[in-house]
Design a protein around this ligand. Structure first.
Ligand code: MG
Length: 317
């Protein structure tokens, strides 16, 4: 199959605040495979600060690809390039199985609230857009201030909604305990607390996951499939957050999820419609019962977000 690639460079509508800092621009690569009769698309959307290769490494990889590739080329992509593995393999699947053009089952989505007090207003817009699961980031302001906002938030949100909390590894052990106590006392179901501690504190998180009734999820600890397998082997039986676009090979991810029957939540790394569709397909297949973190349409406002066709997206680059 013939392979071509193009680079995109998109500005967030407003910089995304994470505990890793402020994120303003998303760079990625769209892949287009063609054989005699068909066209397939894939996306490489690396997230260096989260544990994948860098955009530069992915671009170097694309530049050294031969004009024609086969399955062996894809199977030979090193594990150090998980976003490239995902992009090329999903483009291949798109051609072979027509997977991206199939209609996706409608998965519930989780809407990302802005940090801090802004969440107290924003949840209503998301609610009117149909979101019933919300995610709110912790570890951005001092603990006691955040707990106060949290208590106002859970009183405001209808009780049928679910709330996910994400600390991005930014809490200390005592802070994590305090949050889990607060969550355990909540009337509104807290679906889970995501990555309370840094990946280095795996044992403490595993211990916490058995001490409180609020479930814990690993995210930063399990950026790639290798890390996912490692944490599973070290005894993690609570929830895993999977970001398929940087996890690595979709077929190997499928194998692992089927074999171990893990409880997983699928989540975006702010891909375009192409990477998102490939990720949603995996989510529908592997974990249809949890809302996916592929909230759309309020972080970007460009033609890559909801193109009429993937071909159109390609030609806009
Ligand atoms: Mg997270």
């Amino acid at each position: 199959m013939k392979v071509e690639f193009r680079h995109y460079h998109r500005h967030f509508e407003r910089p995304l605040q994470t505990s890793h800092g402020s994120w303003k621009v998303r760079d990625g690569i769209i892949l287009r495979l063609t054989d005699e009769t068909k066209v397939g698309f894939g996306e490489i959307a690396p997230l260096r600060w989260f544990g994948s290769e860098s955009f530069g490494q992915a671009l170097d990889f694309c530049h050294q690809l031969p004009a024609e590739i086969d399955l062996e080329t894809i199977a030979a992509i090193p594990v150090e390039l998980p976003a490239c593995q995902f992009g090329l393999e999903s483009a291949w699947e798109d051609i072979v199985r027509g997977s991206l053009t199939e209609i996706q089952p409608s998965l519930a989505r989780s809407g990302l609230l802005p940090t801090g007090e802004a969440a107290l207003q924003s949840w209503q817009d998301l609610w009117h857009q149909g979101y019933r699961t919300f995610k709110w980031k912790l570890g951005v302001a001092p603990l006691q201030d955040e707990i106060l906002v949290f208590k106002r938030l859970i009183q405001a949100i209808p009780t049928v909604a679910k709330l996910r909390l994400d600390a991005n590894g930014g809490l200390s052990y005592p802070e994590a305990c305090e949050w889990l106590q607060v969550c355990d006392q909540c009337e509104l179901g807290i679906e889970f607390l995501e990555q309370p501690l840094s990946p280095a504190e795996f044992d403490a998180m595993r211990q916490l996951s058995t001490q409180y009734s609020t479930p814990l999820a690993l995210d930063e600890s399990v950026a790639t499939l290798l890390q996912l397998e490692d944490c599973y082997q070290r005894g993690w039986r609570s929830i895993f957050v999977i970001k398929p676009a940087i996890a690595g090979s979709p077929s190997q991810l499928r194998q692992f999820c089927h074999a171990q029957k893990i409880d997983a939540v699928f989540s975006s790394v702010f891909e375009t419609a192409i990477g998102r569709q490939a990720g949603l397909k995996l989510a529908a297949e592997l974990c249809p019962n949890r809302a996916v973190g592929f909230g759309i349409d309020h972080w970007f406002n460009d033609q890559l977000e909801q193109p009429a066709t993937f071909e159109q997206l390609w030609h806009s680059l």
